[in-house]
Design a protein around this ligand. Structure first.
Ligand SMILES: Cc1ncc(COP(=O)(O)O)c(C=O)c1O
Length: 380
């Protein structure tokens, strides 16, 4: 039998070992030994082809704290939890922002990330919008690279079509009861492997315009990636699912006339060799959409970014939702429940959507020339 004393000694010893390995790891990371992490390691034994878009614990997250008016050193952490003050501003006043990007294990064996500087810039814009200190592009990029390398055993295989989802999160942590910005912040990044968006191949889905709910106001926070926008979308999103649609569509909140966004993705329509996408102050500037506009131009299409009245839907040959999750999710039809109108774009993805999808995906996976310098190799 193990006595209490022995148990205690054993637990002190294992805590010591854990602490020692953490110190060694921090040392390895902080002393330019990144090369160790930049070489391929064995992969976890997971059913990579059957991952969902859910959370799975990985080995490490990286954190950085803002105190006394400046960001500190990057810390490597294996704890999934945060020790948070109950009066932290992120909990009460929504001082919270996040980002989303992916690491792709490519056919050539390298691991790439896509337009990381754009995610950093969007987070900086969000920070200015809700009074949080900006995270520099350098710090953001360094932390993304570090967390991907540290968790490289969790990056899904190329063949599975799955990816490593990267979730940067910035929260106000210091106590505040009056409505004011926090003085202290935590910026952390975790990763989790996620399955491919299209399990049964690139397919079209039905969407629905829901007029009874707004995700954000024209001069509100819709253009920032803050949690409040997503809380505001939960009800309408659930309604759309209950009615059998893939996702809800928002019209502009002021006039209820123009197409805004569909759930957590931007919208585009295609007609006469032209890629048309909404210009609106209440939608999130999607990095995928920005890239698709460039790819469309590269493919010889015209690009228009302007308000799109709902009736114009009738004139589109193809339509799609775009974002990091799917790149493009083609739309089969959009129903307007209030008017009973259905706008149809075909049951199968259109040829232009397919071309745009294949091209952007090809660039992300290093299979098509990256002439705009969008990808960064994180692991050679
Ligand atoms: C509201 C919203 N719109 C659009 C997008 C697509 O943006 P991105 O292409 O940068 O993933 C997202 C996803 O991040 C989103 O949450």
């Amino acid at each position: 039998m193990i006595t209490d004393k022995k148990k205690k000694e054993k637990s002190v010893f294992s805590s010591f070992l854990l602490l020692k390995s953490k110190i060694l790891l921090t040392f390895a990371c902080n002393s330019q030994k990144e090369d160790i992490l930049n070489t391929h390691k064995l992969m976890k034994n997971l059913d990579w082809g059957n991952l969902s878009f859910g959370y799975m614990k990985t080995d490490y997250n990286v954190r950085c704290y803002y105190r006394d008016g400046k960001w500190g050193e990057i810390e490597v952490c294996s704890d999934e939890y945060l020790n948070l003050h109950m009066a932290a501003t992120c909990l009460h006043y929504g001082q919270e922002a996040f980002e989303g990007l992916k690491a792709y294990r490519c056919k050539d064996g390298k691991v790439r990330i896509f337009r990381v500087d754009e995610n950093a810039a969007r987070l900086q814009s969000t920070c200015r919008g809700i009074m949080m200190p900006e995270v520099s592009t350098e710090l953001f990029t360094e932390m993304v690279k570090k967390v991907v390398r540290l968790n490289q055993e969790w990056i899904p295989t190329y063949e599975s079509g799955a990816t490593l989802y990267i979730r940067p999160l910035l929260i106000g942590t210091s106590a505040q009861v009056g409505v004011h910005p926090a003085k202290e912040y935590c910026f952390l990044i975790f990763v989790t492997p996620v399955g491919p968006y299209f399990k049964g191949g690139f397919a079209a889905n039905p969407y629905v315009i829901i007029r009874d709910y707004d995700r954000s106001a024209p001069l509100g926070t819709g253009k920032y990636k803050v949690g409040g926008n997503y809380a505001a979308s939960l009800f309408a999103n659930n309604l759309a699912h209950e009615k059998g649609y893939a996702c809800e569509f928002y019209l502009d909140a002021k006039e209820k006339k123009y197409m805004d966004e569909c759930g957590a993705a931007n919208f585009f329509g295609i007609k006469n060799n032209t890629y048309v996408t909404p210009k609106s102050t209440s939608i999130l500037p999607s990095i995928t959409n920005k890239s698709l506009m460039q790819v469309a131009e590269d493919l010889g299409m015209k690009v228009e970014r302007r308000p799109i009245p709902e009736e114009e839907l009738e004139t589109f040959e193809e339509a799609g939702a775009c974002g990091t999750a799917a790149v493009i999710s083609p739309i089969s039809y959009i129903d307007d429940l209030d008017t009973g109108k259905r706008y149809s774009f075909g049951d199968k993805p259109g040829p232009m959507s397919k071309k745009l999808f294949d091209t952007l995906r090809g660039i992300q996976y290093g299979e098509i020339e990256d002439k705009h310098g969008w990808t960064t190799v994180v692991i050679e």
